[in-house]
Ligand binder design. Structure first.
Ligand SMILES: Nc1nc2c(ncn2[C@@H]2O[C@H](COP(=O)(O)OP(=O)(O)OP(=O)(O)O)[C@@H](O)[C@H]2O)c(=O)[nH]1
Ligand SMILES: [Mg+2]
Length: 299
């Protein structure tokens, strides 16, 4: 008898949720940057071995929404929590050690209000490689046990792939019996357009500072094979104000050219084929605050 089920990966921004998904799948499926609020939608990744198929859903970091995009992001978390069999809460252990507590009010409230009482919640203490004195984690594990919120705590490093197998083995115990839903080889259900747009966004998050990454979104407008077998991809990079356009484009178009170059390489690796990539910059005024614009952008 096989097991099959869904697992939510939730937690504060920047805790390493997307890194964890990538490490479990050994694929760069969810974009990762050192800036908080990188993930904006649900990123589904499918882990399959002989005994189990575990469908992981990486989610945006938990925060108090201040604008409509963030409200949409938190909506994705709620939607995910209502659908899964198991919840993994990812915590930055190095920060928790510094603060002397694991219990962040933001995720505690989410667990209490949005996770059914009988649904197993696993605490993932991530970034253990960044905790210099490992035993300092012990009182925090004790605190987690005391809270009664978690069925288990696992200390890992997603970045260095330490104890991630153990975590998967823990999760496995809570996955219900059932037939596989997807092919053994299938990694996700999301369309290639999604991954391509995300890879472009990842480059923007890495290359620009301050508000630019947050004010930017990427939309694929063309994705087709040309007669010469090469794929033509065109994307709109949306900014929210006219003044952001020259920052994104740079002097003589140099900054945007670099984005295109880096993104093209990442997309070629992802699709395993040569592409041509065309990027356009478009202003959608205050899109982060506009329900209609968010809808246009697929939120
Ligand atoms: N030292 C260390 N850094 C890590 C580890 N896991 C992730 N990181 C780093 O933490 C940063 C954030 O990682 P992400 O995976 O994007 O975090 P996230 O929780 O998905 O963030 P949001 O999508 O913004 O909510 C990146 O710079 C990662 O390289 C880890 O195990 N150890
Ligand atoms: Mg993420």
């Amino acid at each position: 008898m096989t097991h099959c089920g869904h697992v939510a990966i939730i937690g504060r921004p920047n805790g390493g949720k997307s890194t964890l998904l990538n490490t479990i799948l050994q694929q760069h499926i969810s974009i990762v940057t050192n800036k908080p609020q990188t993930t904006r939608k649900r990123v589904l990744g499918i882990f399959t071995d002989d005994q189990a198929q575990i469908i992981f859903i990486d989610t945006p970091g938990l925060l108090k929404p201040r604008y409509m995009l963030q409200r949409a992001m938190m909506g994705y978390v709620s939607e995910t929590l209502s659908e899964v069999d198991v919840v993994c809460v990812v915590v930055d252990a190095s920060r928790a050690v510094e603060h002397g507590t694991i219990l962040d009010p933001t995720f505690v409230n989410v667990i209490k209000n949005e996770v059914a009482g009988d649904k197993p919640v696993v605490l993932v203490l991530n970034k253990m490689d960044a905790v210099p004195v490992k035993k300092e984690i012990l009182p925090l594990i004790e605190e987690a046990r005391h809270s009664g919120l978690f069925v288990k705590s696992v200390a890992i490093s997603a970045l260095e792939n330490k104890e991630v197998d153990d975590l998967v083995d823990v999760i496995r115990q809570y996955i219900p019996e059932g037939d596989f839903i997807y092919d053994q080889e299938q990694l996700s259900t999301l369309p290639e357009r999604f991954f391509v747009a995300e890879l472009i966004r990842e480059v923007i998050y890495r290359r620009y500072e301050q508000e630019i990454p947050y004010a930017t979104d990427v939309n694929i407008i063309e994705f087709k094979e040309r007669e010469n077998g090469k794929w033509q991809i065109s994307a709109d990079i949306t900014v929210e104000r006219e003044t952001q356009k020259p920052i994104l484009i740079g002097k003589g178009g140099e900054a945007l050219k670099q984005v295109g170059k880096e993104a093209r390489r990442a997309i070629e690796t992802h699709l395993n084929q040569k592409i041509s990539l065309e990027l356009f910059v478009k202003v959608r005024k205050d899109w982060r605050e506009s329900r209609a614009q968010l809808k246009n952008l697929g939120y």
